[in-house]
Design a protein around this ligand. Structure first.
Ligand SMILES: [Zn+2]
Ligand SMILES: [Zn+2]
Length: 172
C-alpha cells in the first residue's frame, strides 16, 4: 500500500476571509465559499507531487514565498508561561523559553504561500524556486492582490488550458 502524499491547498476567501480547503488533484473549476457563497475560479494544473507547485494553482501567479507554519497560540502560551515563572526561576525561565521556541521553530514545516491570492500549500515542502517572504515583492504584487480580491484578475472558468502564456510583469 502506497500512501500518496498530495499537498493540500487552503485558500482564504477574498470576500469574507474564511479558510476554504481545496481538494487535491486536478483543478480547473470553481470553489464555493461556505461562509459567504462566493465562488472562486481556480486556474488549475496537474496534481501536486513532491513539492509545492512553482506557480500558484489558484490564481496562476508565479510569486510565492515560504514561511514556517508557526502555531501562534502555542508560541504565546510558552512565552507567557516563561514570563509567569520568572519570580520562581530568578529569570532563568526566559532563556529556557527562548530555547524551546527556537527548537520548536526549527522543527516546524515550511509552507508555500501565494503573494496574490494568499493560498497556502500545506503538507509538502516549498518549491525550490520559492524564497522566504520578501517585503519588496509583496509590495510589487499588492495591486495584483487587490485586483484578484476584487475579482478582476480571476481566470475565466472552463477555458483554462495548460501552460499559461501570460507574460510576467513588473519583475524586480
Ligand atoms: Zn467567503
Ligand atoms: Zn495565488
Amino acid at each position: 500500500m502506497e500512501i500518496m502524499d498530495l499537498g493540500r491547498i487552503v485558500l482564504l476567501c477574498p470576500s469574507c476571509g474564511q479558510s476554504i480547503p481545496v481538494a487535491p488533484g486536478p483543478l480547473g473549476s470553481e470553489i464555493g465559499c461556505a461562509g459567504c457563497g462566493e465562488s472562486i475560479p481556480v486556474s488549475g494544473g496537474p496534481p501536486i507531487r513532491g513539492s509545492a507547485p512553482r506557480n500558484c494553482r489558484i490564481c496562476g501567479c508565479p510569486h510565492l514565498y515560504w514561511q514556517k507554519r508557526f502555531n501562534q497560540k502555542l508560541g504565546c502560551l510558552i512565552v507567557a508561561a516563561g514570563a509567569a515563572l520568572v519570580p520562581w526561576s530568578y529569570g532563568l525561565s526566559l532563556p529556557v523559553v527562548a530555547l524551546i521556541d527556537f527548537i520548536l521553530y526549527r522543527r516546524l514545516p515550511r509552507i508555500s504561500v501565494c503573494y496574490v491570492c494568499k493560498a497556502r500549500y500545506l503538507g509538502l515542502p516549498p518549491h525550490p524556486g520559492h524564497e522566504p517572504f520578501d517585503l519588496v515583492t509583496a509590495q510589487s504584487q499588492e495591486a495584483r492582490a487587490l485586483n484578484w480580491a476584487e475579482g478582476r484578475l480571476r481566470p475565466a472558468c472552463g477555458g483554462a488550458g495548460e501552460g499559461g502564456s501570460e507574460s510576467p510583469d513588473g519583475e524586480g
